[in-house]
Design a protein around this ligand. Structure first.
Ligand code: NOJ
Length: 761
């Protein structure tokens, strides 16, 4: 009985509302809602959204701001599921962790057929570095410095994800990360503002393509807004206190870059920033993102991050949390249920302006229009596409290429690498030699860890005959069981060259995976030592799989070569083998500094000088900004990475020593491949603003070019520099360049001394 009365009331209200429609005639049924989009192209989406909103009740508008998790994956604490019920009631606008054609069709059918207005759902998922075909972890891809490849990786990810009904990825993560203790450094592009901003744009372009209404493009999401990567002591979700200088000049720029690239959505973060949780931070969400940057998309909270403002000590209860979140500018509540439950009351009590909820709903509907979901809610749902899209040979070939391009040769003493296919016996030792599980990394979406991934063992088997390969696992990543040591040492003694595949497990980086110890975990370092002791004169190569910079201070003295392979993805083992046997000459360069020990952290190249820098002529001088036990310098600096060939840089030439605000100058060098193998070189432009109204970093990356040079070949590399490249946010939050002297260099890594200057006036 109650049900019927409610229905009747709803129908009456519906008719009243329908009478108010002014756009495209009088829409009275959900068929007409869908009909708004029949002439989809070249239409004014905003006007269409307005028309639909006129049909919606307040609770239906609130419903659009609620997102719940499906059961295809779990990416946060499980909270009871009422999904079918919420969808039917019009109390859900989007779902995460729901995909596959079958699954999304069932859910979409409920939204379209069983709700009053038939507004389609949005399906989102964490497609972080691939969906089925898994690419190297994002930190790894960043070390390729290859924007084209990165864009290709997210294009392929979008192809595969969209073929399984997904409309939206929660990527890219564009948090600057300077503390390797933080487990989520693996998801980002490292420590540098300029490089991370370029990479952020490349991801957005790849995911979103040039036309969101195509069925193979998906919404991107810049996350986590903002300064999440600066968590105190590298502990996940921890407090961030940061001045405006660092916020504006370091942590905000990659987000701004995604807005410039047209990103459609943002995600707020878990951390607080200067005492205000970022999911309730009006200053960052409304004042900066909306007003200063003109962002027109929508902001989703992180997983229950609105509710967590209670634990932060910023909201008294769930109702209060909903009030703060909506007023601050979070448009969609991920898993928190607080918008669904409380927004209506908050509006009635005058604590939330109805216009803000309408604006949130409008932004969410706009995204659905852009995706073409009102045109056809099932446009991403196609059995044939789903069956034929994943793991296409060209996707796998690209994954192999990107894996190889993402590896960083950190050290290569005695030319231990490359390996020769003619070596009689090579021992492969370590817990990661045959691994097909960890190799995909922590956040590998729906990457297949049981059969599809190529292990290092499988990869090298393409280059060697079985009798050339010796193998021993030696130990586990974490277990303290030394029973495999004897066999591993015996195997090592029989070999001509030893390759160790060791590192972190995939679960040791990513969300909630902070570490205070940056050593290679478990008893692996002990095994390395024992193998060296048993083979004092043999070449030993360490192939290191991990999700963050590690402390390798002992290992650099125990092994000849260190090849950093990150978690290289589905085709990882093949890409690694290509580099080991020089089918691909390594070209990756670090995007995060490797410390000498954890006490140096946070350590990054573009630091400030301090008032007491260490004098070059006397590094041990007293009362200087140094440590008494280790040098300030890192073990491996930002930008570092070796090749099997060598590159010579000629002296830098400037087109002029003075730059004006209206003209540009150029800086060039000639790079020569002076070694014996063709290869890529990543050429880096650095500038130092010597005196500023706010102190400036000792050096800042301002450009880079990735070149391919045949052996013996030379190429001139030219960078154009304008006053725009010298801008920063000053104390009044103005983005300006200041006249004065600038140092400049073009270098193979961040480890160099400036020799040239120019003037801006
Ligand atoms: C929490 C993570 O912080 C975020 O990155 C992710 O997108 C959401 N969970 C959804 O899985």
């Amino acid at each position: 009985m109650t049900f019927k009365i409610n229905h009747l009331l709803a129908a009456l209200l519906y008719l009243v509302l329908a009478g108010c429609v002014t756009f495209i005639g009088h829409a009275q049924t959900k068929e007409e809602v869908a009909g708004f989009t029949q002439t989809y192209k070249n239409q004014n989406f905003e006007a269409k959204v307005d028309s639909i909103m006129k049909l919606m009740t307040l609770q239906e508008k609130i419903g659009q701001t609620a997102m719940y998790s499906g059961s295809w994956d779990q990416t946060g604490p499980i909270i009871g599921s009422n999904n079918g019920k919420y969808i039917r009631e019009g109390n859900m606008g989007a779902m995460l962790n729901a995909f596959t054609v079958k699954g999304t069709r069932e859910l979409q059918q409920i939204a379209v057929n069983e709700t009053r207005l038939g507004i389609p759902l949005l399906f989102g998922y964490d497609v972080i570095h691939g969906h089925r075909t898994i690419f190297p972890i994002n930190l790894g891809m960043s070390t390729s410095w290859d924007l084209k490849m990165i864009e290709e990786s997210s294009r392929i990810a979008a192809e595969e994800a969209s073929a399984e009904g997904l409309h939206w990825t929660f990527a890219p993560m564009v948090d600057i990360a300077r503390d390797p203790r933080w487990g989520r450094v693996s998801e980002g592009a490292g420590e540098d503002v300029y490089l991370a901003s370029q990479i952020a744009k490349a991801y957005v372009k790849g995911f979103q393509g040039d036309d969101l209404s195509k069925h193979n493009t998906i919404l991107a999401c810049a996350k986590h807004f903002v300064a999440y990567g600066a968590a105190q002591a590298g502990r996940d979700y921890h407090t961030v206190n940061m001045g405006e200088d660092e916020l504006r000049n370091v942590y905000l720029p990659p987000f701004k870059a995604t807005v410039d690239a047209g990103v459609e959505t943002f995600m707020s973060a878990f951390n607080e920033l200067n005492g205000i949780p970022t999911s309730g931070n009006k200053y960052t969400l409304r004042d900066i993102l909306q007003d200063e940057w003109g962002f027109r998309g929508f902001v989703v909270s992180d997983y229950t991050s609105i509710n967590e403002m209670i634990q932060h000590g910023f909201a008294t209860d769930s109702l209060d949390a909903a009030r703060i979140g909506m007023n601050a500018g979070v448009d969609m509540d991920m898993m928190g249920s607080v918008y669904r439950k409380y927004l209506k009351t908050l509006i009635a009590e005058g604590k939330v302006d109805k216009a803000l909820v309408e604006d949130a709903c409008r932004r969410i509907l706009l995204a659905k229009f852009k995706l073409g979901l009102f045109d056809d809610p099932y446009r991403y749902i196609d059995e044939k596409r789903e069956a034929n899209t994943k793991y296409q040979p060209e996707f796998l070939a690209k994954a192999r290429e990107i894996a190889a391009a993402s590896l960083v040769l950190l050290q290569n003493k005695n030319k231990a690498l490359p390996l020769s296919k003619n070596t009689k016996k090579i021992a492969f030792i370590g817990p990661l030699v045959k691994d097909e599980y960890d190799i995909l990394g922590n956040w590998a979406a729906k990457g297949d860890r049981n059969g599809q991934a190529v292990s290092i063992f499988e990869g090298v088997s393409e280059y060697l005959k079985p009798h050339q390969i010796l193998y021993a696992k030696g130990c586990d990543i974490l277990k303290e069981d030394r029973s495999g040591f004897t066999e591993a040492i015996a195997v090592s003694k029989k070999a001509d060259v030893i390759v160790l595949a060791m590192g972190e497990g995939h679960h040791m980086s990513g969300e909630a995976a902070s570490r205070t110890n940056l050593k290679i975990p478990g008893i692996q370092p002990e095994l390395i030592k024992k193998i060296r002791e048993a083979n004092p004169d043999k070449k030993i190569v360490l192939v290191l799989m991990n999700g963050r910079p590690l402390n390798l201070s002992d290992e650099v003295n125990l092994v000849d070569s260190i090849l950093e392979i990150w978690f290289p993805g589905t085709m990882g083992g093949a890409g690694v083998a290509d580099v080991l046997f020089s089918a691909y000459n390594p070209s990756g360069k670090l995007t995060m500094t490797f410390p000498r020990n954890v006490g140096q952290v946070p350590i990054y190249y573009n630091m400030k000088n301090t008032g007491r820098p260490i004098p070059e002529h006397n590094p041990k001088e007293d009362y200087k900004s140094n440590y008494i036990d280790v040098p300030n310098s890192p073990l491996f600096p930002f930008g570092h990475g070796l090749s099997y060939t060598t590159f010579q840089y000629s002296d830098l030439e400037l087109s002029s020593n003075t730059l004006s605000f209206s003209n540009a100058i150029t800086a060039s060098v000639t790079i020569t491949n002076s070694g014996t193998m063709d290869g890529h070189e990543i050429v880096q432009l650095y500038i130092h603003d010597k005196v500023g109204s706010l102190t400036r970093p000792v050096k800042e990356l301002k450009g880079f070019q990735k070149l391919f040079l045949k052996k013996g070949e030379s190429k001139k590399v030219t960078f154009t520099i304008s006053s725009d490249d010298l801008k920063f946010y000053n104390n009044n939050n103005q983005y300006i360049a200041e006249p004065g002297e600038f140092e400049i260099a073009i270098a193979p890594s961040s480890d160099f001394k400036f020799k040239h200057v120019f003037q801006l006036n």
